[in-house]
Ligand binder design. Structure first.
Ligand code: THU
Length: 165
């Protein structure tokens, strides 16, 4: 048995004002997107904003349901909007933020595995990584180059076919 180590790289800064203007604008849209959150059960508002190559920004927010599994995370609401309506305009970056009145968030919230898997699908489709910016009201900002930073053992389509010998 051999032991292996995987390292991931990400950048961090203290506030969103340390980001580029484009990054700051994207974060502002993610904050605004939280207004559309339907989260009566968790009381946790999540906003996601995608910047497309054309400069257009599209957003999503978490949509909960009384039948809990029927709800959807903010990231997937934004990604599926892109997939359905904007897929000819590649995604350059995604900003995600969250807030709640129940307590103060002091660290960014990382996207869940299902959202990362959806992101991986679209990175593959557009053949380009999507920069991820995670931030909250009162905490550091984390910037990742793409989904592989989160999921180094990502399930990809080669897993679906017999390996060539
Ligand atoms: N949520 C997101 O919107 N994105 C994530 O990546 C994790 C969780 C939402 C789902 C649910 O509405 C609330 O946060 C609490 O889990």
């Amino acid at each position: 048995m051999t032991e292996h180590e995987i390292k991931i790289n990400f950048k961090s800064c203290n506030t969103i004002s340390d980001l580029s203007i484009a990054g700051q604008q994207l974060c502002a849209e993610a904050v605004k997107a939280q207004e559309g959150s339907h989260s009566p059960y968790s009381k946790f508002r999540v906003g996601a904003a995608l910047r497309l190559q054309s400069g257009k920004i599209i957003c999503g927010s978490n949509q909960e349901n009384v039948a809990y599994p029927s709800g959807l995370c903010a990231e997937r609401v934004a990604f599926f909007n892109w997939g359905a309506n904007h897929s000819d305009d590649p995604i350059e970056a995604m900003a995600v933020t969250a807030s709640t009145d129940e307590f103060e968030l002091t660290h960014p919230v990382a996207s869940c595995g299902a959202c990362l898997q959806v992101m991986a699908e679209y990175e593959k489709k557009q053949n380009k990584p999507i920069e991820i910016i995670l931030f909250c009201n009162n905490g550091p900002v984390w910037v990742m180059k793409g989904v592989e930073s989160f999921l180094p053992f990502l399930f990809f389509e080669k897993g679906l076919v017999k390996a060539e010998s």
